[in-house]
Design a protein around this ligand. Structure first.
Ligand code: IVH
Length: 672
């Protein structure tokens, strides 16, 4: 068979290139692919084979020409045709309002102003130069005037068109297109997993990973990294006639650029504020990191009148959120022995700002978890705050520092020196010594901070009183005198009297709080309430058998056993007697007796997060109508109130055939 005429080859090449470019556009820009990856690969392979046969017909903008530039040993400087400015930031509604006011003053004050909002992508800023629609070169932002020419690396990013879509309109002779190269979170996780499996240092965050990938000397390395780009504006525009930023974004999208689909246009600064609030919640749903919202005055003509100061446009602001992660040094993994003997590790950190607060401590879980996450003393680590929860150490930020070692729990209890044990099947190490001072200290802490909530007495004072030997148990606390306090540094007549008075007042706490403060294993606040209500006095509790306890709604067999066992211990009975002798309440008061009401005889358990009540409020509302509220689901439970994130109680209720109430059903039950 005769070889095809060069004319036909050229036609097929054009066709294949156009088709491939079309599919790249559908995939990256429209997020709506028409063909499978395999079908795309077949077209690509055909093009590649044809080009291999006719190398003279290869053009630089062919989809095959994204990889293959020879590695360079340094990046050339590249001067931007127009400077790449930066954005002034605001962090509050007040600052936004002030900016809007300034904009209004500088324009005609009754002139309408529309704004465009876009996610602020946390990646690496890039300037792309197109001449007659063809990608010529691209550079990093650098100092805003000149950056590094990373063209071969940018060419490997398939979301960057090598050629703009030709819609038959006149393309500007020279166009600077600006955007942010980023690494999607899904790609970032895989990338770090790969690095870990190769024994290499991980990247601390997606921004670093993107910036590092762009600065590879060998573009085949960049090609293997999961990078993408969002385009958000122009530099030099050579007569491009769009009148607003919104139109410009549309124009860019039509011409093949990946603009963010979440951009929105609003007509007032109040709408801007509302949108920023919504964005803060939506932020976590995205597959890329954003650190705020960019707000731009929409009209190009208004932008021109507003101008810029030191390359920072007066027509735009970045509304930034405090970052929820930060890097800092893990100074030491300290151990705290809890009131049940568990050795709880926690991280002592070099203080660092995370999400607007200074963090110097963070929780860690247990030895296995610490080592699985490769967390080591002396390393730089990533600290994260999510919602209101206590900060956590996520993992190391990069390679381990020289000399760091895997974490090992101490063999001996840091407070009493007893040999630490790790019970079979448990994650926590424990101090087995029941007389370990830490248990005493933690029991005291729990008493003063939670059970009795004694004003003016906190962890620090407990520790001092313990150390000087004045208070080694809860009864000791009630025997403390003003004279003893006055011997301690820093106490004066008044402060000492206040402390003694508030300790004295705490003798009035209800019976259920006394029970809670006894530190009976498995008895938290709710169970203490159930026991107080059902048995009424400590004497009935002292005499109760496992069977009797188990018969109480909300007390399962395990809990019944641990309660009975606790009261069998002579030392515990003595503690109860001592407290009784000191005047603490050992029976239920009038105010604790269940009220008679429409829900008398019914019992509920509450789980998960409710929207319009805290769990305490829901409990109080149910109790006010006569219902009992317990901690664990049994066949006798009338209903389980389940909010968001219900956990195992929901499954248990369903298995036991206990009706499940959502928040609306609860409202109805409460007659609201
Ligand atoms: S507009 C005059 N829009 O934020 C500068 N910037 O300080 C106009 N960024 O490094 C920039 N997302 O790379 C703009 N949607 C967005 C952006 C964005 C991220 C980056 C930009 C620059 C920094 C602004």
């Amino acid at each position: 068979m005769a070889a095809p005429a060069v004319k036909d080859v050229q036609a097929r090449l054009d066709e294949l290139r156009a088709e491939l470019n079309h599919h790249l556009y559908r995939y990256h820009v429209l997020d709506d692919p028409e063909i499978s990856d395999a079908a795309y690969d077949r077209l690509y392979d055909e093009l590649k084979a044809l080009e291999d046969e006719y190398p003279d017909l290869i053009t630089p903008d062919s989809p095959t020409q994204r990889v293959g530039a020879p590695p360079s040993d340094k990046f050339e400087k590249s001067r931007h045709l127009t400077p790449m400015g930066s954005l002034d930031k605001v962090t509050t509604d007040e600052a936004l309002a002030k900016w809007a006011e300034d904009v209004r003053k500088r324009l005609d004050s009754d002139e309408p102003v529309a704004y465009v909002l876009e996610p602020k992508i946390d990646g690496s800023a890039i300037n792309l130069v197109y001449e007659d629609g063809v990608f010529i070169r691209g550079a990093t932002r650098g100092d805003g005037y000149q950056g590094e020419d990373v063209t071969p690396n940018l060419r490997t990013i398939s979301a960057i068109p090598l050629q703009m879509r030709d819609l038959g309109d006149d393309l500007p002779a020279v166009l600077e297109v600006r955007g942010e190269v980023y690494m999607p979170l899904s790609g970032f996780r895989q990338f770090n997993e790969r690095l870990t499996s190769e024994g290499k240092a991980t990247a601390p965050n997606p921004r670093n990973a993107a910036a590092g990938s762009l600065r590879q000397k060998d573009s085949s390395i960049t090609a293997a990294r999961p990078l993408s780009i969002w385009i958000y504006g122009l530099g030099r525009r050579d007569g491009l006639g769009t009148a607003t930023h919104w139109e410009t974004l549309e124009w860019l999208r039509e011409h093949g650029f990946r603009t963010n689909p979440f951009a929105e246009r609003v007509d007032s600064i109040e709408d801007v504020m509302q949108a920023c609030r919504e964005w803060e919640l939506r932020r976590a749903e995205l597959d890329y990191e954003i650190d705020g919202i960019v707000i731009k005055v929409d009209s190009h003509e208004q932008q021109a009148r507003l101008g810029a100061l030191h390359e920072r446009p007066r027509w735009a602001r970045a509304f930034k959120w405090a970052p929820m992660t930060a890097q800092t040094k893990l100074l030491k993994i300290a151990i705290r022995v809890g009131r049940t003997g568990a050795l709880n590790p926690w991280a002592m950190l070099e203080p660092v700002e995370v999400g607007g607060v200074t963090v110097s401590k963070a929780t860690l879980h247990n030895e296995e978890d610490i080592n699985r996450k490769q967390i080591r003393e002396g390393d730089l680590v990533i600290v994260q705050r999510a919602g209101d929860v206590i900060p956590q150490v996520v993992g190391p930020a990069g390679a381990h520092r020289p000399g760091t070692k895997e974490f090992r729990m101490p063999k001996k209890c840091p407070l009493c020196g007893a040999n630490v044990v790790k019970p079979e099947g448990e994650a926590m190490h424990r101090c087995p010594n029941r007389d370990c001072p830490s248990r005493g200290i933690e029991t005291l802490n729990n008493w003063v901070m939670a059970a009795a909530d004694i004003e003016g007495v906190g962890e620090q004072l407990v520790r001092r009183l313990w150390d000087v030997g004045l208070v080694r148990s809860v009864p000791d606390l009630y025997r403390l005198t003003k004279e003893q306090l006055l011997e301690l540094d820093g106490f004066q007549e008044k402060s000492a009297s206040n402390v003694i008075a508030s300790i004295e007042r705490s003798k009035e706490i209800p019976f259920r709080r006394v029970l809670y403060g006894l530190n009976i294993p498995d008895v938290g606040g709710v169970t203490a309430g159930v026991l107080a209500r059902e048995l009424g006095t400590i004497d009935r509790l002292l005499g109760a058998t496992v069977e009797e306890l188990q018969a109480i709604d909300g007390i399962g067999p395990d809990r019944a056993a641990s309660i009975a066992e606790w009261f069998e211990d002579k030392a515990n009975c003595n503690l109860v007697e001592e407290l009784r002798g000191l005047g603490l309440r050992m029976e239920i008061g009038e105010e604790e007796r269940p009220v008679e009401g429409p829900l008398s005889g019914q019992s509920y358990v509450i789980t998960g997060t409710l929207e319009s009540y805290t769990r305490e409020e829901a409990k109080a509302a149910l109790e006010a109508l006569g219902a009992k509220v317990g901690d664990s689901v049994s066949k006798k439970t009338t209903g389980l109130v389940a909010g968001e994130g219900p956990g195992s109680k929901l499954a248990k209720a369903q298995k036991a055939g206990v009706p499940v109430l959502d928040e609306r059903a609860l409202q109805k039950l409460l007659g609201r």
